[in-house]
Design a binder for this molecule. Structure first.
Ligand code: GDP
Length: 642
C-alpha cells in the first residue's frame, strides 16, 4: 500500500515544500525524494527520521494584562529574593518602618538579610501594594515559546581562529543580502538577514555578525536565549582544534543544534575525511556516517557549496520548529550597544517575539527608554520590528548591556521598576544563588574544569563523574588544558557554573571579570583537596532549606490568668494544636508575638492535642506578649525542604 506525500506532510506537520527539501537530505533505501507516493516502509522511515525529537514542553506564558488588576493598588514587582533595605526602597517606606513591621511579624532581620518572595509579598500587601513576581532574568531557562508562525532562524558562527568564520560571514553578506535601490549595508547593526531562494520559496536567515564563541557566550552570559542554531566552521586543512572543541561545548551548553561547515576545501592539503573523524571523536557524528550532525564541505573563498550550507541551515531550523508570536508586545535580545554623538544610547537588537514600534516603552536589563527611531542596516527608518529581524533602536536613557533581554512594557512605571529590580539583582547575585541550576526538580552543579595537562584533566574528569551526592549531580560543561580565561568565565556565567582549576592560574582579565560578575573560581594543586572541597559544596547545596508551615489555628475567647504562662480560653479554627507547638500570635491579621503551647485542657481534663474544629478548650501559653480576646494563636512547624 502506498502512502501519499500529503499524508506524511500532515503527520509531520511540515509544509509541502519543506518536506520536499527534507526528503532530499534523507538517506533511506528506495526513497525517491520527488515521488508523490511512498511504500509503507519508506514512509515509516521518513516519519521516524523527521519526527521532531522529544522536546521540552512548550509553556504558554500568560499575556500581560490578562490578569485583572485592581486599579486602586499600586503594583510592585518583587524578585524571588529581596534584601530588607531594597524592599524598603521598593515599597517607598523608611527602612526602620519595615524592620518594625518584620519584628511584629516575628521576623527579626537585619538590613542585608534576604527575604523570600512569600514573606516579602505579605509585607508588601500589608503596606497596601499589589505584588507581582519579577521573572528571574538571570538564568537562561527553557524559553517560553509562544505558538505562532514560523520565524527565520537566528544563527551564530563558531569555530577555531583562522578557520574562516569571518570570511564565511562576509561571503554570505556580499552575496545573499538583498541589495535594494539604496545600495547595500551602510551601517553595522550587529547582525544581518540573508535571503535565500529555497525551492521557489524565499527564506530568511539572521546571522549574528560577530563570530566566535567568546562573543557568543558573552551574549548568553546575562541569561537571554539569543540564537537557534550554530554553524561550526572547521578548516579542512587544519582539523579540530582546541577552540573547535570549546565551540562545541558552548553550543551544547546553549542547547542549540550544530551544523558543521568543513571550510577551505579549495586548499591543497584539505582533508575533509580526517575532519569528520575528529568531529566524530568529539561527539559530532556526521549524518553520512549514521550520526545526526548535518555537515557540508564549503569554501568561503570560492563560494563553493555555500548555497547548500544555507539550505541545510534552513532545513535543520525547520526540524527544530522555530516559532514566534507575531503580534503583541516585543521581546528580544540586545546584541550590541554604543553611544552615538547627538543621538544618545543606541542598541542593536534582534526581535524574538511580537513587535517593537516607535513610541514603545522598552526595558533591557537595567536600561529603559521610549523608542524614538528604528533603523535598518541601510539607515532606513523601520516602522516596526518583527520576529528574527535585527535593527538599531534609539531612545534608551542609558546603555543597555549586550546580552540582556529587551522587552516592550506597558508604561514608564513598569520599565523603571524592572530596570531597578534588575540592577539590584545584579548587585545581589552571589555565589550561592548562581551555583546550581535545577532541571526538573533535580539539582545540577555545572562545572568548568581547567587543568595543567591532559593527563590530570582526564583523571579529574573520571573522579568528578563518580562524585555526586544524592540530591545534586555534577555536570562538566567544559573542560580544557590551560589557564582560566575570560571565555571560561563567560561560559560559567551562561551556565551558572563553578570554575575549578587544577594547577592553573586565572588570566588577569579573567580575574577581573570573575570579580565583577561574581563567578566563583577555585584552584587547587592537590586532587584530594579539590575533591574534598567539591564534596563540601555538594553537601551544602543539597542541605534542606527550612520553611515554616502552618499546622493549626485557634481564637482566644476568654482570659483566665496572666503571667509567664497565660491561661486562656480558646476555640479551634483550623486543623490541630498540640502541647509543645510553637505559635505566633496574630491581632488584626498582624503577627504581634511568638509563644509555646504549655498545656491543653477540655473542662478539667488534660489533653495532648485538640483536633475537633470548633472545640472550646483551655490553653496554657508561654509568651512575652499579653494576648487579648479575639487574637489568633497560629501553630507552625519548621519543614525541611530540598
Ligand atoms: P576567522 O578567524 O575564523 O574569522 O578566519 P578568517 O575568515 O579571518 O580566515 C582566516 C584566513 O583563511 C584568511 O586569510 C582567509 O582568507 C582564509 N580563508 C578563509 N576561508 C577560506 C577558504 O575557504 N579557502 C581558502 N583558501 N582560504 C580561506
Amino acid at each position: 500500500m502506498a502512502v501519499p506525500f500529503s499524508v506524511i506532510a500532515k503527520k509531520l506537520k511540515i509544509e509541502g515544500p519543506r518536506l520536499r527539501r527534507a526528503l532530499r537530505h534523507l538517506e533511506i533505501k528506495g526513497l525517491d525524494p520527488k515521488a508523490d507516493f511512498f511504500k509503507k516502509e519508506v514512509a515509516q522511515e521518513i516519519i521516524q527520521a523527521l519526527l521532531p525529537k522529544k522536546k521540552a514542553p512548550i509553556k504558554v506564558k500568560k499575556m500581560e494584562g490578562e490578569k485583572k488588576t485592581k486599579k486602586d493598588k499600586e503594583e510592585v514587582l518583587l524578585p524571588s529574593s529581596v534584601r530588607v533595605k531594597d524592599l524598603a526602597g521598593l515599597l517607598k517606606i523608611p527602612v526602620t518602618d519595615l524592620l518594625k513591621k518584620l519584628l511584629k511579624e516575628g521576623v527579626s532581620a537585619n538590613l542585608n538579610q534576604s527575604l523570600d518572595f512569600e514573606t516579602a509579598s505579605l509585607i508588601a500587601e500589608d503596606f497596601g501594594k499589589k505584588v507581582g513576581l519579577l521573572e528571574d532574568e538571570a538564568k537562561e531557562e527553557e524559553e517560553v515559546v509562544e505558538r505562532g508562525e514560523p520565524r527565520p532562524p537566528i544563527v551564530v558562527i563558531l569555530g577555531h581562529v583562522d578557520h574562516g568564520k569571518t570570511s564565511l560571514l562576509d561571503y554570505i553578506r556580499k552575496t545573499k543580502v538583498a541589495q535594494r535601490e539604496s545600495g547595500g549595508i551602510t551601517q553595522h547593526i550587529g547582525s544581518y538577514q540573508a535571503e535565500i531562494d529555497s525551492e521557489g520559496e524565499r527564506r530568511q536567515i539572521t546571522f549574528i555578525d560577530t563570530p566566535g564563541h567568546e562573543a557568543f557566550s558573552k551574549l548568553r552570559s546575562l541569561g537571554a536565549k539569543v540564537t537557534d542554531l550554530a554553524v561550526l566552521v572547521v578548516a579542512a586543512d587544519d582539523g579540530v582544534k582546541p577552540q573547535t572543541v570549546e565551540a562545541i561545548d558552548h553550543a551544547k551548553s546553549a542547547g542549540i543544534p550544530i551544523v558543521v561547515a568543513v571550510n577551505k576545501i579549495d586548499k591543497k592539503g584539505a582533508d575533509p575525511e580526517k575532519v569528520k573523524k575528529e568531529l566524530a571523536e568529539n561527539g559530532l557524528l556526521p549524518e553520512e556516517w549514521g550520526g545526526t550532525t548535518p555537515l557540508v564541505e564549503i569554501s568561503a573563498k570560492t563560494g563553493k557549496n555555500i548555497d547548500e550550507l544555507l539550505e541545510l541551515i534552513v532545513l535543520t531550523a525547520d526540524l527544530s520548529d522555530i516559532q514566534a508570536r507575531y503580534e503583541g508586545m516585543g521581546e528580544g535580545v540586545v546584541i550590541e550597544s554604543h553611544i552615538e554623538r547627538g543621538k544618545g544610547s543606541v542598541a542593536s537588537i534582534i526581535c524574538r517575539q511580537g513587535q517593537f514600534k516607535k513610541g514603545d516603552i522598552v526595558v533591557a536589563g537595567g536600561a529603559w527608554g521610549r523608542i524614538k527611531r528604528i533603523e535598518n542596516e541601510r539607515k532606513e527608518v523601520k516602522e516596526k520590528l518583527l520576529p528574527s529581524e535585527p535593527a538599531l533602536v534609539f531612545g534608551f536613557k542609558s546603555l543597555p548591556r549586550p546580552g540582556s533581554k529587551v522587552r516592550v512594557v506597558k508604561g514608564e512605571k513598569e520599565a523603571k521598576d524592572r530596570a531597578e529590580a534588575w540592577e539590584r539583582e545584579m548587585r545581589e547575585r552571589g555565589f550561592a544563588q548562581s551555583l546550581y541550576s535545577k532541571v526538573r526538580g533535580e539539582k545540577i552543579l555545572p562545572i568548568v574544569l581547567k587543568a595543567d595537562v591532559q593527563g590530570s584533566l582526564e583523571s579529574l574528569m573520571s573522579s568528578l563523574e563518580k562524585l555526586k551526592s544524592d540530591k545534586v549531580k555534577v555536570k562538566v560543561v567544559h573542560s580544557g588544558v590551560g589557564n582560566i580565561s575570560e571565555s571560561d568565565i563567560y561560559l560559567a556565567l551562561a551556565s551558572s557554573a563553578l570554575i575549578l582549576g587544577f594547577r592553573v592560574k586565572s588570566d588577569l582579565a579573567a580575574q577581573r571579570l570573575a570579580e565583577q560578575r561574581q563567578v566563583k573560581i577555585l584552584t587547587f594543586d592537590v586532587i584530594y583537596d579539590l575533591l574534598n572541597e567539591l564534596e563540601k559544596i555538594l553537601a551544602d547545596i543539597s542541605a534542606p532549606k527550612e520553611k515554616e508551615v502552618k499546622t493549626g489555628e485557634a481564637e482566644v475567647i476568654k482570659l483566665f490568668k496572666g503571667g509567664k504562662v497565660q491561661i486562656l480560653g480558646a476555640q479551634l479554627k483550623k486543623s490541630l494544636i498540640k502541647v509543645g507547638d510553637k505559635v505566633k500570635i496574630f491581632r488584626d491579621n498582624k503577627a504581634i508575638g511568638m509563644g509555646e503551647v504549655k498545656s491543653l485542657k477540655i473542662l478539667t481534663k488534660d489533653k495532648k492535642e485538640i483536633k475537633e474544629i470548633g472545640a472550646k478548650f483551655g490553653l496554657g501559653l508561654e509568651s512575652k506578649t499579653t494576648v487579648k480576646i479575639g487574637d489568633r494563636i497560629v501553630a507552625f512547624a519548621i519543614e525541611k525542604k530540598i
